[in-house]
Ligand binder design. Sequence first.
Ligand SMILES: C[S@@+](CC[C@H](N)C(=O)[O-])C[C@H]1O[C@@H](n2cnc3c(N)ncnc32)[C@H](O)[C@@H]1O
Length: 231
Amino acid sequence: MSQDTNYDTFAEAYNAENETSLLNAYYERPAMLKLAGQVQGKTILDVGCGGGVLSEELLRRGATVHGFDASQAMLDIARRRLGAQAQLKCADLSEPLPYAENSFDDACASLVLHYLQDWSAPLAELRRVLKPGGRLLISVNHPFLYPLTHQGVQYFKTTKYTDELEFDGQQGSLTYWHRPLHAMSDAFARAGFSIELISEPPYSKEAPNELVPENLKDRDAFVSFIFFVLR
Ligand SMILES: C[S@@+](CC[C@H](N)C(=O)[O-])C[C@H]1O[C@@H](n2cnc3c(N)ncnc32)[C@H](O)[C@@H]1O
């Protein structure tokens, strides 16, 4: 895990937020599950699985699920949620992964790649552990998010930045790597992936009214994450 972002320090608070927030429960997760589609009978790797909420949904839909995360505290929460239903490991996406090649039909990397400066080795590792024809589903901070929320910064420069956030009442800081869209697609191509789909989805219509900020009530989409399906 990056030295700068340590989910161990706010794992329970982050998990509580993730289970119910507009961004996770009513935007990122439904969008990722929609891209995953029919998962019955598939073996899926949940990359940076956190507290295991996506894994739980994949299991409910009939997949066999393996997950890993660099934070032991997040994994403890995932274990509490999933019991023995999913095979969970502590592993770092920036290091060689503890899985044999050709192991998974799909891998889902929800909101994790933006913590890494260099995507080359992680993407090569994910390609190695996917079966031929397998898919890598990614969600990351939208490349337009950093220039939109930080005045005067350069869109085209790959840049490290830190946001101070509040999770369920607890302060936490997250350090991301912004990169422009072409840097993402270059990294995918270098690792041998082709882009099957790019998605900028709407948030879920099931989002409770009180979770939707006033300035978003007149629209169904906002700039936050971008989604890719790679093969
Ligand atoms: C924003 S949370 C998302 C959790 C989960 N994917 C979800 O969407 O509910 C990011 C997760 O990525 C994990 N993470 C960050 N850097 C990582 C790395 N280098 N290797 C593995 N996991 C990492 C964090 O510990 C955290 O659990």
